[in-house]
Write a protein that binds this ligand. Structure first.
Ligand code: NAD
Ligand code: ZN
Length: 371
């Protein structure tokens, strides 16, 4: 093992535990790896469901998968990135399988191993404690709740230096998931109708993207009034609080029969059923919300069949992050994709407060400032 570097990371020790800041050591980059000084990292609902072990990432581990920062060192096989580049870190993919080779890296044959195994493909961590105890890492090929993160060249996306780098981390997961579900997967068309079930960071990113696509009717459904208020400010033409209103009936009335495009971002199977019910003829629903593994949902098969409806699973917004993330940065610079309105910054010491605020719904997209 080469020389180790000192760093501080927020460790998840066991299921449901608070994040705990600890001094650790990380090795230098090898091969096509890149060592990134993390300036800031978004916190996504997926960090919290892994902390709570909906997905079986081995613990103790360093989570965090919306890192943004500055390249500090590169491995000998890195070709297109340099020390000093501003970068956004995204999910890991092999770059060689059928899906990667056809522009669909989010469906990489090695996706689970490269993002959720808690180690590299050989089963090794790049980090350890000062007494050499193993701490699992490589979470989404980065583990960015830390002052330093080791990624690979293909999941390290270079971005322009004229946008504050501390804002850009969430483009690596939550924001590209919602935006990409609309733009790359559903391919929302001009003058169409769109609904997001769930007005969290993913749902509202989708709402912003539906506006970019030119949808005429844009609906947000949620149970938190402040989120629906924000949805209106961001361009929703209609909002529905499904605690007080039947959302399926309301959507059918607003659209005169059913919606063209929908996003399920609540992670609740009963909402997926409502989402399918509210689709119009030939309507499409993208499923991005992540319930515990093994969750099943019910829907009326003949309604799906006779309506020509489509249910589409979407990982990380589909598309190619090396192309899509810089496109989202450009849309942001043009004022067409104001995702900065979704974020709230927290100090690294306040990472547990960020998690609480995200779970109780007062913060949509926490960004933890680290560097
Ligand atoms: P979030 O918690 O901020 O948003 C979920 C929203 O759903 C909240 O606003 C909540 O109030 C709302 N909601 C909950 N119950 C509801 C109900 N019964 N009716 C209507 N609304 C309800 O989370 P997020 O960060 O926006 O992420 C959304 C989901 O997407 C999570 O499950 C996350 O794990 C998942 N995710 C998936 C991918 C992917 O690649 N598929 C990527 C990122 C996140
Ligand atoms: Zn995420």
């Amino acid at each position: 093992m080469n020389e180790m570097k000192e760093m501080i990371a927020a460790v998840t020790a066991c299921k449901g535990a608070d994040f705990e800041l600890q001094p650790l050591k990380i090795r230098q980059p090898q091969g096509d790896e890149v060592l990134v000084k993390v300036i800031a990292t978004g916190m996504c609902h997926t960090d919290l469901i892994v902390r709570d072990q909906y997905y079986p990432v081995p613990l103790p581990a360093v989570l965090g998968h919306e890192g943004a920062g500055i390249i500090e060192a590169i491995g000998p096989n890195v070709t297109d990135l340099q020390v000093g580049d501003h970068v956004v870190l995204t999910y890991g993919y092999c770059g060689k399988c059928t899906q990667c080779n056809t522009g669909n890296p989010a469906y990489c044959a090695e996706f689970f191993g490269r993002n959720f195994s808690g180690a590299d493909l050989e089963g090794h961590s790049a980090i350890c404690t000062h007494d050499h105890a193993v701490v699992h890492d490589h979470f989404f090929a980065q583990s960015s709740f830390a002052t330093h993160a080791l990624s690979r060249e293909n999941n390290t996306v270079k971005v322009t230096k004229d946008v504050p780098i501390e804002l850009l981390g969430p483009l690596g997961c939550g924001i590209q998931t919602g935006a990409g579900a609309c733009i790359n997967a559903l391919k929302v068309t001009p003058a169409s109708s769109f609904v997001t079930w769930g007005a969290g960071a993913v749902g509202l990113s989708a709402l912003l993207a539906a506006k970019v696509c030119g949808a005429a009717i844009i609906i947000a459904v949620d149970i938190v009034e402040s989120r629906l208020e924000l949805a209106k400010q961001l361009g929703a033409t209609h909002v529905i609080n499904s605690k007080t209103q039947d959302p399926v009936a309301a959507i059918k009335e607003i659209t005169g029969g059913g919606i063209n495009f929908a996003l399920e971002s609540t992670g609740r199977p009963e909402i997926l059923k409502q989402g399918i019910d509210a689709l119009g003829i030939l309507g499409k629903i993208a499923v991005v919300g992540a319930p515990p593994l093994g969750t099943t949902a019910q829907f009326d098969v003949n309604d799906l069949l006779l309506g020509g409806k489509t249910i589409l699973g979407v990982v990380e917004g589909s598309g190619s992050p090396k192309k899509f993330i810089p496109e989202l940065v450009t849309l942001y610079q043009q004022g067409k994709f104001p995702f900065d309105q979704l974020v709230k910054f927290y100090a690294f010491d306040d990472i547990n407060q960020a998690a609480i605020d995200s779970q109780i719904g007062v913060t949509l997209k926490p960004i933890i400032k680290i560097g």
